[in-house]
Design a protein around this ligand. Structure first.
Ligand code: GDP
Length: 694
């Protein structure tokens, strides 16, 4: 028999974990009673420990699903809160404290919550039982209790006392049974008294004869009967034992037995009344087992139905694709690593070269603008104008002192370029490109729906790149050091530089012309732009004098328009310079490195190319290779070492995955529970067979 109850209780817990449908459960014993009826004392007498929240203002605010597990071979007694994962708690005052905290956590506004607290107590001294302790009915409200509390408690109890649950209705002997809130509630839902056990507490507080009368109540006869108990913990044993750890079972039963035994005329064998906590326990076990057993068939039918539904959904929606949080993580990680591998094949030295060279092209353009193209055309000296703007072919003769100036300028520009900190610059733009690629890989992977993973991956790659960058930047700087002193440019370098810079200048010219066009449009079209620019030109040439710098507008143009006009003029001048430099670069004079001082564009490009050559080689070996090696390993390390609950949390971040996981889990749970139920039924019929033979 014991075995069956235990198994049924296990199945009940299993069904609870599957959850969702309230109807999918096995019956339990629900304990109801008004406050101070002695409800806690009865439960504690059954368990053998004080563990329920006490105190004048302590109202139980959540149902406690109490599962008692008999462990005949073990000595230890302990409680567990499966949902909290606190482990085994052997100190019962600690259990009491946890229950108090959980109660207090229900907001005052809500009064009570129907979210049950699950508590499992294992002990050699408890029977296998499943009980639900509900908040006590309030009869007289305390001044600081909200009025809805009473109603809410009633509603909550009402929900639990529905069939097929067994009702354990607690009433105190010193209160007229007709006034017992618990019995009145049970009568409403169980008018024929078929599934209610009446417990009459505080039997010691009424005359024995009166006690017998109560237990034989005819007004509300109960098929499962009444049991009279004395559950008060004797004062002396309260102080004798250290609170929280000692078992109070003996003290209570001794006290109880001595009361009932001392009144054999009222409670003795011939009286046909049932008394004592130990009889109550037996009755509870027996009733629970038979009730559970009665609903086993219908519950297992419901489980089969739900399983069929879940299986169908699994097939239709997910094509029977199995999934677990771990497998999801492993698959996602593999897919990500695969994506990363393909990326590494497409991003190598050539790509680094392009990135670095592009950056250096910009640096070269800036340098040229600063040192060579910085003056408006009309401000140049005729010589400068000739050299900067016109092709060398048109240059009549370069003066000796001018040569010196051009040489100085070119040397200074080369020196600036080689000293810009190419190590740091090239490393950081390459690292940044890698980081951006990782970011876009994340976005295109299943990880994109998982903020946790997005963060972890980003931090992993950032961390590795940061560490690698320090060393790489410094070492690369050392590698380019010789260029700071001397740069050799041969004919081939020159040719390539000339072709390349021509392209860069063309691109720059296109951009500049596009910007000028956009500016014209902003001004209000070509004609208008011409007028504004013409006016500004005249101001520059001193033909017109502006009053107050044109703050309030001038020449019929608003200040804003004049600003735009100046911008347009600047762009026009820059486009002119670029055009002329482009033709200079293409000219015959710029076809040889011998004229490098007059073709700074070509020379600086050739220098930039040499710097790039060193940088890409070095970055490929030091930054890319190392990152490509370390990154997947770091991910592997990070993700494989996650604990179960983190993996679970991760997988559930994606609503689609969560749904899939829930279904798989539900299906597995239902399958498992169904199998258990079948084996239980087999066991039950074998027991019955044996009973018949005996
Ligand atoms: P609850 O509010 O229904 O949980 O009631 P408690 O179990 O806390 O009991 C209320 C009070 O009645 C406490 O002071 C208990 O010590 C006392 N009490 C409980 N059972 C008995 C009993 O059988 N006899 C006597 N004399 N007092 C009891």
């Amino acid at each position: 028999m014991m075995m069956l109850t235990r198994k049924m209780i296990e199945i009940r817990s299993l069904l609870q974990t599957i959850g969702q449908t309230e109807s999918l459960t096995l019956p339990s014993i629900v304990v109801v009673g008004s406050q101070s009826s002695g409800k806690s004392s009865v439960l504690e007498a059954i368990v053998g420990h004080e563990f329920l929240p006490k105190g004048s203002n302590m109202v139980t605010r959540r149902p406690i699903e109490l599962t008692l597990v008999n462990t005949p071979k073990a000595h230890a007694e302990y409680g567990e809160f499966p949902a909290l994962g606190l482990g085994k708690i052997t100190d019962f005052s600690q259990i009491q404290k946890t229950l108090t905290d959980l109660n207090l956590a229900v907001p005052e506004k809500e009064c009570v919550s129907d979210d049950p607290i699950q508590l499992r107590i294992s002990s050699p001294n408890v029977p296998d039982l499943s009980l639900i302790d509900l908040p006590g009915y309030i009869q007289v409200e305390a001044f600081d209790q909200p009025t809805e509390l009473k109603v809410k408690i009633q509603e909550l109890c009402e929900k639990y006392i529905q069939p097929p649950n067994v009702i354990l209705a607690i009433s105190a002997a010193d209160v007229d049974l007709a006034n017992s809130t618990a019995l009145r509630a049970s009568r409403r839902v169980d008018p024929r008294g078929e599934r209610t056990i009446g417990v009459v507490t505080k039997m010691d507080l009424v005359e024995p004869q009166r006690g017998t009368q109560i237990l034989n109540d005819r007004n509300y006869p109960l098929k499962l009967g009444y049991v009279g108990v004395v559950c008060k913990i004797p004062q002396e044993s309260k102080s004798l034992f250290k609170r929280g750890s000692a078992n109070i079972l003996n003290a209570i039963s001794k006290n109880e037995a001595s009361y009932f035994n001392s009144h054999p005329e009222a409670f003795g064998e011939g009286t046909k009344v049932t008394t004592g906590t130990s009889n109550l326990r037996k009755k509870l076990m027996h009733v629970l087992e038979s009730t559970m057993s009665a609903s086993l068939a219908s519950t297992s039918e419901k489980v089969s139905r739900e399983l069929a539904e879940a299986t169908y959904e699994f097939k239709v929606q997910y094509n029977e694709r199995p999934l677990s949080a771990e497998s999801y993580l492993a698959e996602s990680l593999d897919a990500f690593k695969h994506g990363f591998k393909s990326f590494t094949e497409s991003f190598g030295r050539r790509e680094v070269r392009e990135i670095v060279k592009n950056e250096l092209d910009q640096q070269v353009l800036n340098l040229l603008a600063q040192r060579y193209w910085n003056k408006p055309v009309e401000n140049l000296t005729p010589e400068e104008g000739q050299t900067v703007l016109k092709t060398l072919e048109e240059l009549p003769k370069v003066k000796e002192q001018d040569m010196e100036l051009w040489k100085l300028r070119c040397d200074a520009s080369t020196s600036t370029l080689t000293k810009i900190g190419i190590g740091r610059l090239a490393t950081s733009i390459t690292a940044q490109a890698l980081q951006e690629s990782v970011q876009s890989l994340i976005q295109n992977s299943t990880f994109s729906n998982h903020p946790f993973a997005v963060n972890a991956i980003r931090e992993a790659s950032e961390g590795i790149l940061r560490d690698l960058s320090w060393e790489t930047a410094d070492e690369l700087e050392i590698c380019v050091k010789p260029y700071k002193y001397r740069v050799e440019v041969d004919d081939a370098d020159w040719r390539r530089g000339r072709d390349h810079i021509a392209e860069v200048l063309k691109r720059e010219l296109r951009d500049c012309e596009a910007a000028a066009k956009a500016m014209e449009e902003q001004i209000g079209g070509r004609r208008k732009a011409k007028d504004v620019i013409g006016f500004i030109d005249r101001v520059k040439r001193g033909e017109v004098v502006l009053e107050g710098d044109g703050v309030g507008g001038a020449g019929g143009f608003s200040a804003a328009l004049l600003t735009k006009g100046r911008e347009a003029l600047f762009l026009r001048d820059r486009a002119d310079i670029l055009k002329m430099r482009l033709s200079a670069v293409k000219s015959r004079q710029c076809s040889t490195p011998a004229n490098k001082y007059h073709c700074p564009e070509v020379f600086l490009d050739a220098v930039a190319s040499q710097l790039t050559n060193t940088a890409d080689l070095f970055l490929d070996a030091e930054l890319l290779s190392k990152f490509y090696y370390q990154f997947p390993r770091r991910l592997e390390q990070e993700f494989r070492s996650l604990d179960e609950s983190t993996v679970e949390r991760f997988a559930r971040e994606d609503p689609k995955v969560r749904k899939h996981l829930d279904l798989v889990r539900r299906k597995d749970g239902l399958e498992h529970v169904l199998k258990e139920m079948e084996s239980l039924r087999l066991l039950e019929s074998r027991e019955r067979e044996r009973g018949r033979r005996d």
